[in-house]
Design a protein around this ligand. Structure first.
Ligand code: BGC
Length: 732
């Protein structure tokens, strides 16, 4: 069996330094380290005029706060660190956190978009850039990456995820953690916080925070691998999720927080609760009081209490009464101090504001990276009659729709620090690209927001403007989708259609018979089978961040040949959800009456996992297996030749899937076991090889042991989960 190892960072020196501090700390000071508050939450008491921040400043001076999040900039960070340095005995700096989900000031594509690049190395670079930018503001703890495997596009937080696949998510998880934590000099280092541990993405009916009930097998096969990868990559913290899982809310779940995380994986970092999650233990109905909630969480292994204040209010008393052993507190404090020491905060708690020149140089570099990431995030779903790429010169282009000249929504969810004025709208991107060589006509048509989601009408005047713009043009680019507040936390939807009057807009334009290119800017995959009837080309552009318009224009005009592939299956309807490629065969696979099918719809998705088109064509040939028969501990490899048969350079994402044909436990029809990027010039051939060994072949057998079972395995190599050439390997 493959040995897995966790990157060791808690050295004997760090441990000793932490222990020496702990030996000198009072119980209140220790619990203070386990306490974190939201600095952004600042109501003012109308009677006393005292604000929450005033109270928090007092708590900080008394050494009763270990971490703060949602600060706004280096000056504020330094001010609070100064309170510690000047007023507390042990001078243990605050660990300052922030949701740096897809960039900080330079906003990169949402994680689901970055996942579409199938390029973890690129995510490493965006994560590193985001951490460097946030650390310049004193944020040494980024609450990222979000690595919840998500199979339900109704769930708004699918936008923050890497999609539906455990392997793809695991590879991003490692890259994101390593990128976020790459800097290690004091004053520069940041800690990542993979979240939400665990199962949060499988909330029933895609409704955020809803119940999660799943087997240990599914938990270990699908949900946990990305977290394990994060731990092995050296993640310094992990955030427990809000949800209950099999009856026990995650932040009070000893099985998750101790048995798996500590005992099985050897995790040594901080487990933080999610926002106010200790208080929610009462709402969940597993704790009858604040004290009980506190006791449950701390004994289960939750080191830090995000924002409820329960630890500070009750933990010292619980320890004094013997309900919580003092050693439990010491262990949690050790982890927290160890992370602070590892980050160099004790040596360098303050941040230096960078010079204007240095800040500007970083900004230029990060903006270029934002464009590169956005280009790679775009997935071309349809391109009938090669309507794309568009000609730059001599043409006339209509750019229409609520997202055509919109500089807010491409920022996507969780982009508090990004500014709409930094965003390049699609209209501006197209104008920059064509200069004066093509005529560009713009009309908004309708606006889209949560408040007008159900609005059914377009005004006559708006339709007239839209038609006028379209009539003057050879081609219509329609910018459709969702506004930024329709995805992210607490943004579940029951419909996967275009909100508001957008369908009417499409139909009105289509009546003119001009070729339509639909650009979908959304935080989730949308189920739009009807759109194919109207649009010759469809591009899934997600929320792409500050360089949105430039990157989309790059793809529209062929300056960048699209290479993105779907990290999620796109359903035809909400009724098919959850739909994902990693599914079981069942005893009655779809195929007529009394099979596992629908009487009113196909079971096939609109677009399969891994799908995406290019402006060139790739041909797969010569699929070969190095050893067609191996022992249970043996190794083989599968290789393929891919040729660019078109006349444009392009990148193919070669994907490799496996099926264990007969096993002691039912297995998915296909499981992604590897992928690689091949950049090929016209006529060029490339070679992709995938290793087949224990890691790819093993399953959790009926006794939950990781085992390679003898038998036949089918292996596909191809462009997506629904196609590819197959070979077999027999394990003897
Ligand atoms: C979210 C977390 C986030 C935290 C702090 C919670 O509501 O679930 O993802 O890190 O807030 O903002």
């Amino acid at each position: 069996m493959t040995e897995r190892s966790t990157r060791a960072w808690l050295t004997p020196e760090i441990r000793q330094q932490a222990e020496q501090l702990i030996a000198r700390m009072s119980l209140d000071e220790k619990v203070g380290q386990m306490t974190q508050y939201d600095w952004g939450f600042n109501p003012i008491n109308p009677e006393t005029g005292v604000s929450v921040r005033d109270l928090l400043r007092d708590e900080i001076r008394q050494g009763r706060v270990g971490s703060i999040f949602n600060l706004s900039g280096a000056e504020e960070a330094n001010e609070l660190q100064r309170l510690i340095a000047e007023h507390t005995e042990h001078r243990i700096p605050l660990l300052i956190g922030r949701d740096v989900i897809h960039g900080y000031k330079t906003v990169f594509p949402i994680p689901l978009a970055q996942a579409s690049a199938w390029n973890p190395a690129l995510a490493y670079r965006t994560a590193e850039a985001a951490s460097r930018e946030s650390m310049a503001d004193g944020v040494a703890w980024v609450f990222a990456p979000m690595i919840d495997v998500s199979r339900d596009p109704r769930w708004g937080r699918i936008a923050e995820s890497i999609g539906e696949d455990p392997l793809l998510t695991s590879q991003y998880s490692r890259a994101w953690v390593e990128g976020s934590q790459v800097a290690d000099a004091p004053g520069q280092a940041t800690a990542s916080c993979p979240k939400h541990y665990a199962g949060y993405g499988l909330a029933e009916a895609g409704r955020d925070y809803n119940t999660v009930d799943l087997s240990d097998r599914e938990l270990r096969d699908v949900i946990l691998p990305p977290f394990r990868e994060a731990v092995e990559a050296g993640a310094l913290s992990i955030m427990a999720s809000f949800n209950e899982i099999n009856g026990i809310p995650a932040c009070a779940n000893e099985y998750l927080l101790k048995t798996i995380l500590r005992d099985e994986w050897g995790f040594e970092g901080i487990v933080a609760s999610d926002y106010n999650a200790l208080q929610e233990l009462i709402v969940h109905g597993v704790a009858g009081s604040e004290e009980e909630a506190c006791e449950l969480a701390v004994l289960a292994g939750c080191d830090m209490d995000m924002h409820s204040g329960f630890y500070m209010r009750h933990l010292p008393k619980l320890v004094r009464e013997g309900r919580v052993p003092a050693s439990v507190v010491d262990t949690s404090v050790l982890r927290i101090l160890a992370v602070k020491i590892k980050l160099g905060l004790l040596e360098q708690p303050f941040v230096e504001v960078p010079s204007v020149e240095a800040a500007e140089a970083a900004r230029v570099q990060f903006t270029a990276l934002a464009r590169e990431a956005a280009q790679q995030s775009i997935v071309l779903l349809r391109n009938e009659a090669q309507v794309l790429p568009l000609q730059k010169s001599g043409s006339s282009i209509a750019v229409i729709g609520p997202f055509a000249h919109n500089r807010k929504d491409p920022l996507g969810c969780w982009a508090f620090d990004g500014k709409p004025e930094d965003v390049v709208s699609l209209l501006d991107g197209i104008r920059h690209a064509v200069g004066s060589s093509a005529a560009v006509h713009y009309a908004e048509g309708c606006s889209v927001s949560v408040d007008t989601m159900a609005a059914s009408g377009l005004t006559e005047a708006n339709i007239e403007q839209v038609l006028e713009a379209a009539r003057q043009s050879d081609v219509v680019v329609l910018a459709l989708g969702e506004s930024l507040e329709m995805s992210g936390e607490s943004r579940s939807r029951t419909s996967l259609d275009l909100p508001g009057a957008q369908r009417q807009l499409v139909e009105a334009v289509a009546a003119l018979g001009k070729p339509i290119v639909a650009v979908l800017m959304s935080g989730r995959p949308l189920a739009l089978p009807w759109l194919e009837q109207y649009a010759s080309a469809i591009m899934q552009a997600w929320h792409l961040g500050v360089q949105s318009g430039n990157a989309i224009a790059d793809v529209l005009f062929g300056d960048y040949n699209p290479s993105g592939r779907l990290p999620v299956t796109v359903p035809r309807s909400v009724g098919q959800v959850p739909i994902y490629y990693y599914r079981k065969k069942t005893g009655r696979p779809p195929g007529g009456v009394y099979s596992s099918y629908y009487i009113d719809s196909t079971t096939e998705p609109l677009y399969p996992f891994g799908y995406g088109l290019s402006y060139t064509a790739f041909q797969y040939s010569a699929i070969t297996v190095s050893d067609a028969s191996i022992g249970v501990a043996g190794k083989s490899s599968v290789s393929v030749t891919v040729t660019n048969t078109g006349d444009t350079a392009g990148t193919e994402i070669v994907q490799c899937y496996i099926r264990d044909e007969v096993a002691s436990v039912t297995q998915p029809l296909k499981k992604l076991i590897g992928f690689c990027r091949l950049q090929l010039a016209p006529g060029e051939s490339g070679y992709a090889a995938f290793e087949i060994g224990e890691r790819q072949l093993a399953i959790l057998d009926k006794d939950m042991k990781r085992t390679v079972e003898p038998g036949r395995f089918t292996i596909w190599v191809g462009p997506n989960a629904s196609s590819g050439d197959a070979v077999s390997i027999v394990v003897e």
